[in-house]
Design a protein around this ligand. Structure first.
Ligand SMILES: *[C@@H]1O[C@H](CO)[C@@H](O)[C@H](O)[C@H]1NC(C)=O
Ligand SMILES: *[C@@H]1O[C@H](CO)[C@@H](O)[C@H](O)[C@H]1NC(C)=O
Ligand SMILES: *[C@@H]1O[C@H](CO)[C@@H](O)[C@H](O)[C@H]1NC(C)=O
Ligand SMILES: *[C@@H]1O[C@H](CO)[C@@H](O)[C@H](O)[C@H]1NC(C)=O
Length: 350
């Protein structure tokens, strides 16, 4: 009896041994993550970046004061869109690409980099094409398998740096329509590439109302948004929606691309907050930034040679919509996120 037990136990032990080897193996060679867990791959700019832009204001005081409590690479006082989308998917925020060697890749990777665009807007920042190249390389290195990607979600956020670069380069607003066409054209190529790499759900952010950004509403003393610029967003979004519709029609029996209507979510949140502000002037004007620079440029986070702050902070960042003159605060993003729920439910990947 005892002898038999040993004989029966031996294969079990062997099996255990083999299994533990396999588990060890997966840790070392990546790739075979928990098949049932979703991964989030993020492409875009500062609205989605959670730590890729070392040396930028996002790594300086007072960024991050609400979450995680210190500057950590987010262009906000706290959480940004990526964090909320990850929480919707019930996973932790994916690791920023810049920190890929020192952190888990289990939840995906965030390639988004503040200041970048679909086209080259920064001298030293990966445009969206380069961000997608980075994922492609990781796939070639078997860091992620086909299975990993099939149950993954991509988030693509392009919030206007291309337009800023276009206008700064001394081009006129009348040329913007044709620029929008080429921008959406490239964006369409990008999202198709992401899908062709094996990701079956791609969430694409519509352009926020750029005429409502505090750097713009400065000209109305932060009393109202600038309609002329909101029209640029509207034209952009109209074309993007048409394009996404066509792309989905090419997919038989499945809907790969989902749009996140940041335009209306921003506008609607701002309107609600404006109404409250009108009734109670101690509440914050949503068109003003909490971290105010001392001029036309965003100096939130800057100190001069004497260590003097070049910015001032509002009393309650948690009541603001905008953190600095272009980026929503955590409160702003949270409010926007709650309005995106019905679109996010279309990301049901199972
Ligand atoms: C991560 O590791 C790879 C391969 O060892 C290396 O090429 C790359 O430079 C490292 N990246 C960072 C950001 O440390
Ligand atoms: C993105 O950047 C790369 C490298 O700088 C450049 O070769 C490429 O043309 C850029 N792509 C677009 C669409 O601007
Ligand atoms: C911008 O365009 C105007 C008119 O075409 C020209 O006079 C001016 O020099 C340009 N400025 C720059 C910085 O290129
Ligand atoms: C206005 O808002 C402040 C701050 O939230 C609050 O303490 C105060 O009671 C409000 N006043 C009125 C009249 O609602």
């Amino acid at each position: 009896m005892a002898k038999q037990l040993i004989i029966m136990l031996l294969p079990l032990l062997l099996l255990l041994f083999i299994l533990s080897e396999v588990v060890e193996g997966t840790k070392k060679s990546y790739g075979v993550y928990d098949k049932n867990s979703v991964k989030l791959f993020v492409f875009g700019d500062s609205y989605a970046d959670t730590g890729n832009f070392m040396g930028s204001p996002s790594y300086k005081q007072p960024y991050g004061i609400t979450f995680p409590g210190k500057p950590a690479g987010r262009f906000s006082d706290g959480r940004v869109l990526t964090d909320y989308i990850a929480s919707f998917l019930k996973i932790k925020t994916p690791t920023p690409y810049a920190l890929r060697n020192s952190s888990t890749l289990q939840n995906g990777i965030n390639f988004a980099y503040g200041g970048t665009g679909v086209f080259q807007t920064l001298t030293n920042g990966p445009n969206m094409t380069v961000q997608i190249d980075s994922l492609e390389k990781l796939i070639k290195q078997n860091v992620y398998t086909k299975q990993d990607l099939q149950s993954s979600v991509a988030l693509v956020v392009n919030s206007g740096n291309d337009y800023t670069a276009f206008l700064v380069n001394n081009r006129s607003i009348t040329e913007i329509k044709s620029f929008t066409t080429s921008l959406i054209n490239q964006l369409s190529i990008n999202v198709q590439r992401i899908h062709n790499l094996g990701i079956n759900k791609v969430a694409i952010g519509l352009l926020e109302p750029i005429g409502c950004l505090p750097e713009i509403t400065l000209v109305t003393f932060h009393l109202s948004c600038v309609d002329l610029l909101n029209l640029v967003s509207e034209d952009h979004n109209k074309l993007l929606l048409q394009t996404v519709l066509q792309l989905n029609q090419q997919q038989v029996g499945k809907s790969v691309y989902v749009t996140l209507d940041l335009y209306n979510a921003f506008l609607s949140t701002i309107k609600t907050m404006q109404k409250k502000h009108d009734e109670n002037s101690t509440l914050m004007n949503p068109l003003k930034s909490c971290c105010e620079g001392d001029g036309l440029t965003n100096t939130c986070g800057k100190v001069d040679d004497n260590g003097e702050k070049k910015y001032s902070l509002c009393e309650k960042p948690k009541l603001s919509f905008f953190w600095d003159n272009v980026h929503p605060s955590q409160n702003g993003w949270h409010a926007v996120y709650t309005l995106l729920q019905s679109s996010l439910h279309q990301l049901n990947y199972r």
